[in-house]
Design a protein around this ligand. Structure first.
Ligand SMILES: NC(=O)c1ccc[n+]([C@@H]2O[C@H](COP(=O)([O-])OP(=O)(O)OC[C@H]3O[C@@H](n4cnc5c(N)ncnc54)[C@H](OP(=O)(O)O)[C@@H]3O)[C@@H](O)[C@H]2O)c1
Length: 266
């Protein structure tokens, strides 16, 4: 299979957590949209498969690394520059799906979620910004960074932290032509959430309580991120966009849910 040679003016996107779920869909969407790709995640075999799938479309480099390692962000941004000579878009998507109520969160979980979902995105921004002459950063938050959640704990806190990081990036680097936005997905069916999907109450939550009355897909998230990175999104910065079928903004509750008893969590 011949690898296409895109012009050096083709933009470059660095995507973390690209080996599965939302991140993989983002990599595929950006590849179809003419971007060259740097894909980061821990599982080499999944990255190899992604590279094999995308190489007829675009040029791709992979970095199999843990985003919590303090040198991964620098290595990834350097790879973009050495392979392609430019960096136009950073998507901070890798995240830890561990959540528990506050009283049940041990220190190991606290550290893991903060390291993966807040410190790592911060380091990737720090590494990317000096290498970008324009373009955009998109952080993947969660609706649970906008609202409290019964099991939210540190997961909610770090996703809310990403909102602050996004706003300050927008303020600091807009003058350099760099935009920063955050997308906050609702529940999307991926490995992170697959264990919940067979439970009837979970399905009710995601259908009866969602105005658009369907589950969100990885493509819904990838399309919105691609739009934000594109020229069509060029006056949007510092924003948080919920991708949740209207769930967070409508309080669209089913009659049964309104009447349901709440179980005490302690
Ligand atoms: N699914 C949802 O309902 C939902 C809702 C709101 C927000 N989100 C957010 O969306 C993002 C993607 O979630 P997803 O649902 O697509 O999850 P997923 O299917 O479990 O995929 C997670 C991705 O992140 C990578 N990753 C995780 N920890 C990593 C680490 N320490 N170092 C490097 N890569 C790491 C994984 O790759 P490796 O395992 O190969 O390292 C994988 O590619 C997360 O930030 C999540 O919080 C998801």
């Amino acid at each position: 299979m011949n690898t296409p040679t895109l012009s050096s003016s083709a933009p470059v996107a660095l995507i973390t957590g690209a080996s599965a779920g939302i991140g993989e869909a983002i990599a595929r969407r950006f590849a179809r949209g003419g971007y060259r790709i740097v894909a980061v995640a821990r599982r080499q075999s999944r990255l190899d498969q992604l590279a094999a799938d995308l190489s007829p479309l675009t040029e791709i480099r992979t970095l199999a690394a843990d985003v919590t390692a303090t040198d991964t962000a620098e290595r990834a941004a350097s790879l973009a520059m050495s392979a392609f000579g430019r960096l136009d878009c950073l998507v901070n998507n890798a995240g830890s799906g561990k959540w528990a109520p506050v009283h049940a969160t041990d220190d190991a979980t606290l550290d893991e979620v903060i390291d993966t979902s807040l410190k790592a995105p911060f380091r990737f921004c720090r590494a990317a910004v000096p290498r970008m002459t324009s373009g955009s950063i998109i952080n993947v938050g969660s609706t649970f960074g906008l609202l409290g959640g019964l099991d939210g704990g540190i997961y909610c806190a770090v996703k809310a932290g990403l909102v602050g990081l996004t706003q300050t990036l927008a303020a600091q680097y807009g003058v350099n032509g760099i935009r920063a936005n955050l997308v906050a997905p609702g529940v999307i069916k991926t490995d992170m959430t697959k264990d919940y999907w067979d439970a009837a109450p979970f399905q009710r939550l995601n259908q009866e309580m969602t105005p658009l009355n369907r589950e969100g897909t990885v493509q819904d998230v990838a399309n919105a991120i691609f739009f934000l990175a594109s020229e069509e999104g060029s006056y949007i910065t510092g924003q948080t966009i919920a991708l949740d079928g209207g769930w967070t903004t409508t309080k669209y509750l089913s009659r049964e849910a309104l009447l349901a008893a709440r179980v005490q969590s302690t």
